[in-house]
Design a protein around this ligand. Structure first.
Ligand SMILES: [Zn+2]
Length: 322
């Protein structure tokens, strides 16, 4: 059986490949069909233009992030456009809170600028400004629709739900005061509280499945990014030798015979996932052929705590010298 391709490349802009998720076409089809039901072909065309305007707004929002990120030397190979929004896949997320703040704010800012500019063109709002006929083929109506799209997109993204923009802003602000990992953890917990409230509301106001799918997607994304941050913050830059604890029994202790030996110079992040699944294990560690102690998984946490302090101290001194 041929594997289904979920996304297709559309074009390149500023060297970034823009991919369209196949479900976007489903949404387009559904919307055009509804437009056709309402006002025949004029309605279908209005729906089509409306979706293209929304799609462009999403793309410009993502470009706001990407072009700001580029000023920090961060590349974006790909932007994926989905019915629930866009996703800029950057090579990495900056650890510096100020950089993350600027990159993140740039997205919603684009939406507010678009809304503001259209507002000036469309003119002063009258009493019926917020009344929009969804499938009316009329420039004024489509402009108003785009204003509403952009205001909604900008505001929704600012909800403090990590890893959405608002959640990233919260993490960056917390990271200015607290440890980076703690900041990420608080942001992830906050997101989960908001998601539970959001899903409850979505269920109460009729079964809004797209909304629930969106929240599930954000929950999974947030948890994955938190785990990634946790891993990097805990283990990156450390070696096996950094978490060795002394072992009085020596290398021939029968307690060690079931565990493979490790070299002190090996990077910790490669083995950490394995250690985390073994609550009680003793790996003999050798340096230059000499037994220097064990990695005791039960005591890994406290050994790690000390090792991290030394590493972070070294990073601080490095920065001071730079
Ligand atoms: Zn964004």
């Amino acid at each position: 059986m041929k594997k289904i391709r979920w996304s297709y490349p559309l074009f390149r802009i500023f060297g970034i490949r823009v991919d369209l998720h196949i479900t976007f076409l489903l949404l387009l089809g559904l919307f055009c069909w509804e437009g056709h039901q309402a006002h025949q072909w004029a309605g279908a065309l209005a729906a089509f233009i409306g979706i293209i305007l929304a799609f462009t707004s999403v793309l410009l929002h993502e470009l706001g992030h990407c072009l700001t990120a580029a000023t920090y030397g961060i590349k974006t190979p790909r932007i994926l456009l989905m019915p629930i929004g866009g996703m800029a896949q950057m090579t990495h997320i900056p650890r510096d809170p100020n950089a993350e703040l600027k990159i993140t704010l740039a997205g919603p800012l684009v939406n507010f600028v678009i809304a503001g500019l259209l507002f000036l063109i469309v003119g002063a709002p009258d009493m019926r400004f917020w009344y929009i006929e969804l499938f009316s083929l009329n420039a004024m109506n489509l402009a108003r629709l785009t204003i509403v799209w952009n205001l909604t997109m900008g505001l929704f993204n600012l909800l403090p739900v990590f890893p959405m923009d608002g959640g990233r802003i919260l993490r960056a602000l917390l990271a200015k005061r607290f440890d980076y990992l703690d900041a990420t953890r608080i942001a992830t917990y906050t997101a989960k509280v908001f998601i539970v409230i959001g899903v409850s509301l979505a269920l109460m106001w009729g079964e809004n499945y797209l909304m629930i799918a969106l929240f599930a997607f954000i929950w999974i994304g947030g948890e994955a990014e938190y785990q990634q941050v946790r891993f990097l913050e805990n283990y990156a830059g450390l070696t096996i030798g950094d978490v060795v604890t002394p072992w009085a029994g020596g290398p021939n202790d029968p307690a060690l015979k079931n565990w493979p030996s490790l070299s002190a110079t090996w990077p910790l992040e490669v083995y950490a996932r394995h250690f985390e699944t073994k609550p009680e294990a003793f790996y003999p560690v050798y340096h230059d052929g000499k037994f220097i102690g064990v990695v005791d998984t039960a005591r890994l946490k406290s050994a790690l705590h000390v090792a991290k302090q030394h590493r972070n101290e070294a990073i601080r001194q490095d920065k001071g010298n730079a």
